[in-house]
Design a protein around this ligand. Structure first.
Ligand SMILES: O=c1ccn([C@@H]2O[C@H](COP(=O)(O)O)[C@@H](O)[C@H]2O)c(=O)[nH]1
Length: 224
């Protein structure tokens, strides 16, 4: 089985990103680059990280009208990312057009409910349901729209996998036992997420902020 850990490189600084990836690359299966990195470094930055030889997950969380998201997707196709995120709450037409615009080797996954949100946060943005019900609703919509899978927390991945057997499940909000949760609210351990059916484990600060990121990545992979 290939290494499911994608390290989240959340920095706008290209040299810091490259140094981090060099440190951990023997113990992770891929690199997740987010908006912070992409806005600061663009295609050039992605190409530089790609030279280090790991698959790239572009976590851009696109969310706009269908035409705009499809055009944005076309604009990143030359980067040939392994995975790209869009927001499932953008609706079915947006997801269909995004998938149609993506390259054939790119998995397009829909973010359901951010792992930094709990019931209270959802109610404040007008969602009366608990996170698990909202994740199930958006996962079904993403499947209908032809996406490859979703992003959800480890709290929901087991039931999401049951409902969508061949779906691709990206799970962030992962914390080894005892690690700081910081802004994440729906967390589980990497092992729990893997056992419950995650395809990809997204792990940032527990690796990147560790004194020895390589040892931290190795220790996490050792628990899987
Ligand atoms: O619901 C979501 C969607 C994306 N993320 C991203 O994952 C990493 C998590 O970083 P940690 O440092 O391990 O908390 C980060 O890049 C987020 O943008 C998420 O956390 N939750």
């Amino acid at each position: 089985m290939s290494n499911p850990v994608y390290v989240a490189i959340d920095t706008p600084l290209l040299d810091d990103a490259l140094n981090l990836v060099r440190k951990v690359k023997a113990h992770v299966g891929g690199v997740k680059l987010g908006l912070e990195f992409f806005c600061a470094n663009g295609h050039h930055g992605v190409h530089e990280v790609q030279k280090l030889g790991l698959p790239i997950f572009l976590d851009l969380k696109l969310h706009d009208i269908p035409n705009t998201v499809a055009k944005a997707m076309q604009a990143i196709n030359t980067l040939e990312p392994a995975i790209v995120t869009i927001h499932a709450s953008g609706g079915r037409a947006m997801m269909e057009d995004a998938k149609a615009a993506a390259g054939i080797h790119t998995k397009v996954v829909g973010v359901t409910v951010l792992t930094s949100l709990d019931d209270h946060d959802l109610s404040r943005v007008g969602v009366a349901d608990a996170p698990d019900a909202q994740v199930a609703r958006l996962a079904a919509l993403a499947q209908e729209a032809g996406l490859d899978g979703i992003v959800c927390s480890g709290h929901e991945v087991k039931s999401a996998r049951k409902a969508w057997k061949d779906g691709f499940f990206v799970v962030p909000g992962l914390r080894p036992a005892g690690a700081s949760t910081a802004d994440q609210k729906r967390i589980v351990t990497p092992r729990q997420a893997r056992d419950d059916g995650a395809s990809i484990l997204v792990i940032g600060r527990p690796i990147t902020k560790a004194e020895d990121p390589d040892a931290a990545a190795r220790a996490i992979v050792g628990t899987l």
